[in-house]
Design a protein around this ligand. Sequence first.
Ligand code: AQP
Length: 345
Amino acid sequence: MAPDRPPVAAPLRPRALSGIQPTAGSFHLGNYLGAIRQYVALQETHDAFYMVVDLHAITVPQDPAELRANTRLAAAQLLAAGLDPERCTLFIQSHVPEHAQLGWVMNCLTGFGEASRMTQFKDKSAKQGADRATVGLFTYPVLQVADILLYQADAVPVGEDQRQHIELTRDLAERFNTRFGDTFTIPAPHIVKEVAKIYDLQDPAIKMSKSASTPKGLINLLDEPKTTAKKVKSAVTDTDTVIRFDPVDKPGVSNLLTIYSTLTGKAIADLEKEYEGRMYGALKTDLAEVMVEFVTPFRTRTQEYLDDPGTLDSILAKGAEKARAVAAETLATTFDRMGFLPAKH
Ligand code: AQP
């Protein structure tokens, strides 16, 4: 039977946990709408832990100076997006060594075939060339399993592309609990259907992604607002003229309506009415304005955090301390359950 709340002291609220990679300078609109907005919302209802997953970032070749700068930039963007260190725990993954330690345990519990079925590894290794892919990239989902289980998370806010990894997390947690006794909470993905997959503005058949073949369809939140407006105005639509939400026949227009609706809080049905009889150009012009209104203060707030490294460091230090307290307790129980001899100090 799945444990409700095994050995770690029960928090008053359910736990949420998620992470984001510092692999590109700027977060993109898919990251924001698919995941970060949910991080912000869950602060209100959950005991929420969010991290910048720098250990995951080295699964592809990285430049040390860039990784350092991007890690700070990622933390600054999370704060700018609305994470409040008084209401959630924000930290850097490598500041909590228990992630790598539990990651090893989880590696030893994962079948090779099971890991080989992860579609994200297949996609990413295909993009890089299979012989250049590292073992770290292969075991990335298993480290993610450890990230989640360390915090006994109930909910994991992510985009649709992460669903398979959360399934793996559930399988491994159940496997561990069956073999060694109830230890881990079985987490559930928190995926908001409407924004689970934001599509590339130039190719609405593929998800918006930092590794897209052309940057034209990718909205980076830290781009110059005029660049963002231009990208929205040149978004691919279709040869029809009707503004209607129909992801199968009108994927480009539907993607724009989803973005518009999420950023403004207007229902899609209301937007369809508002734009009845109007041209695609009108929708794009208005959405470009909405985007500019959104990214402009976001850029300013991000810069303010970057300009105050003392405050940023102190937020991250406090976050790591809080995260470690939880992670260390889970790891100690895990090691004990597995039969590791406790160290005598
Ligand atoms: N297009 C998207 N729509 C909705 N959610 C998305 N996410 C990413 N793209 C979309 C979600 O953002 C969170 C952080 O993801 P990450 O740190 O794993 O970043 P990523 O997946 O590396 O972002 P990319 O751009 O998708 O990178 P590549 O091109 O390397 O694959 C996750 O919750 C993710 O679901």
